[in-house]
Design a protein around this ligand. Sequence first.
Ligand code: GAP
Length: 447
Amino acid sequence: MSKLEDIVSLCKRRGFIFPGSDVYGGFAGTWDFGPLGVTLKKKIMDEWWKFFVEDREDIYGIDAAILMNPKTWEASGHTATFADPLVECKECKSRFRADKIANGINESVTTEEFLATHTKCPVCGKENWGPIRKFNMMFLTHVGAVLPDDDKEVAEKNIAYLRPETAQGIFTNYKNVVDTIYPDLPFGLAQQGKAFRNEISPRDFILRDRECSQMEIEYFVNPTTWEENFETMRKAQHEFLEDIIKLPKEKIHELEVPAEDRAHYSKRTIDFMFDYPNGEEELMGLAYRTDFDLSNIARESGKSMDYRDKVTNEVFIPHVIEPSIGVERLFLAVLSTAYHEDEINGEKRVVLKLPENLAPYKFCVSPLLKNKPELVEKAKEVYNILRKKYGNVTWDDSGNIGKRYRKQDEIGTPKCIVIDFETLDNDTVTIRDRDTTNQIRQNISEL
Ligand code: GAP
């Protein structure tokens, strides 16, 4: 099993992920994707979009604004309930999410229940706690011309939040979509985008961030059919994770979330847990959100969210099945699955065995020797042909060939193509396989 520190180190060394605001010493809970990281991230997101939107006839895409009318968060319940239990150590003033430092309690823990666990402060080791306080995780901002010396009333009128989930941008557009493209039920709306949560303790690299990206679908169904649709959606998630993203089946575990641990909007939730290097963690959730959101929007906005069935004329508010996955969590699942250390001819190497559809580069093209113009010219020719054909091809003429292979192994390039003197004679190149390190010769026209 790979170690998280090794993956963090590889990510920085090879330009996948850097700490956010690194140059200023970082900014907790934020991460920046470098040239290779953004390519891998985009490929993951594109595969999701293709699988769930482009290849299906019943799911449509949308892209809603991050800043939304604050009524959104009143209606959704986030203003009142999107809060974690915050506890402060009276000795060293460190603050923690109570349910993350004590065993056997959940997010709704009371002060008494927490004190009964006799948890010691992870920083100073003392046991002297203040009361549990509810900490709302939404980031608050002010929209419009609000000045620091404006009175509280003016400031409050202009409050907005950075969205804590992309889902509400979908729910608030349900009526627009129904009225413009008249989809038949069941149908889904999918969205990818940033979500923001003021996590009390961001941790485990990119697993718990203050700024993350979500990929969510709200799948609108006739309430009488929610169970079968839940089941179909559950199967589709496995298909995507296992067949498209190639995560090992045995690392994915379903957890039926008990009622007391479910989000306020859910009547049934299955968390898809994944075996990360630091242990099992939630990768994604599948929730039955009932008509909770649409009914609340109807009440708050005064607009009808009814759907009229075109065949039966039946009128109802659809119920919703929601698969929701964090891009960063999927990214780390992919990286930790791909990360391997092995030994080739007595030399240790790190190799990212990324699936071909996700690898940032499909091929690396190199001239055997950098100082032989005829090899460089031929290699450039091959490079340009492959770039035109495949797009994601890289060039490397640095160091010796062994060093180039090590570097390409570390960034997960499946094939390295080397142009040597034989190429000049017969148009064949050496192709070296990342995983086996085996080499074969092949004609350029067959690449
Ligand atoms: N719309 C439903 C929703 O947002 P959630 O369980 O709070 O549900 C869904 O989040 C997914 O978003 C999680 O399973 C996880 O993959 C990702 N996610 C949530 N909070 C995150 C965070 N702080 N950092 C990274 N990913 C996060």
